[in-house]
Design a protein around this ligand. Structure first.
Ligand code: SF4
Ligand code: SF4
Ligand code: FES
Length: 253
């Protein structure tokens, strides 16, 4: 059911869908998100990036003749005939407050902040519901083993849509736990990026101030032109000796 968001397109076949119980005829080429807008809905909540990244558009639906509930991102799921839709503007889930500086990167921290972790039944319902195809149960199990790096890696493409939590019979907040794991990994376990530290130091020293001053002085049109004309840096393996043609503000290490 996942597919690319498409334009309405002249001559697209019209199909019936049901939004909150009301029937609408919409072009079959639309995603759930654009079909709802076509039907007259205006998204104030439940819509963000429109590109499958932010997770704001989690949607529950049923298909005609099928018993089971289905889940998807509205901006990535193409409508189908007789689709019954209910959007979830947010998923209520316990989000713990913690100070990352006072935590250690191990199971004790995660278990203290999210004790619900130990309730996991290993039923795999969460993985089946995830619209990003993430093995949610595997990252939860990695956490249970204290494998913070494994959880961070397995949950990397999580959009925080919350559908896994919605489906979990043990009422875990998997996505918040995984976020904590990624934060702990980034704060304590990941090797430091020395080049980034060097760049931040250069920024603090004001080495980029003249460039920023010039950019801030441009109007909208000039900014757009500058953006359109920008040089593209190639992948480093393609040309390790690459240097930009525009060197006015180039800051070398
Ligand atoms: S749905 Fe809940 S209980 Fe089942 S595997 Fe996932 S986290 Fe564990
Ligand atoms: S892991 Fe959960 S919150 Fe993250 S994308 Fe999958 S279903 Fe959504
Ligand atoms: S609007 Fe951001 S994932 Fe759909």
């Amino acid at each position: 059911m996942a597919g690319k968001k498409q334009a309405t397109g002249n001559g697209a076949k019209m199909i019936p869908i049901y939004i909150m119980g009301k029937k609408y005829e919409v072009p079959e080429t639309l995603t759930i998100l654009t079909a709802m807008e076509y039907a007259g809905y205006r998204h104030i909540r439940g819509c963000g990036c429109r590109g499958g990244i932010c997770g704001a558009c989690a949607t529950v639906y049923r298909l005609s003749g099928e018993y089971g509930l289905k889940f998807g991102l509205a901006c990535q799921t193409v409508v189908a005939p007789d689709m019954y839709l209910a959007q979830i503007p947010f998923v209520p889930a316990n989000k713990a407050i913690y100070d990352i500086e006072k935590l250690t990167p191990d199971i004790n921290s995660i278990g203290r902040v999210y004790p619900d972790l130990y309730r996991c039944l290993a039923c795999n319902t969460c993985s089946k519901a995830c619209p990003m195809g993430i093995s949610v149960m595997d990252y939860v199990q990695a956490l249970l083993k204290g494998d913070i790096a494994g959880c961070a890696r397995l949950s990397h493409s999580c959009t925080m849509c919350g559908i896994c939590a919605l489906r979990c019979p043990a009422e875990l907040q998997q996505f918040h736990m995984a976020m904590l794991a990624r934060r702990l990994y980034g704060r304590y376990l990941q090797p430091r990026a020395r080049h980034l530290e060097k760049r931040v130091k250069q920024i603090k020293e004001g080495k980029f101030d003249p460039m920023m001053d010039e950019i801030m002085s441009l109007n909208n049109h000039e900014l757009k032109q500058r953006y359109a004309r920008r040089e593209w840096e190639p992948e480093s393996y393609e040309n390790p000796d690459w240097r930009p043609e525009e060197t006015k503000y180039l800051v070398l290490d």
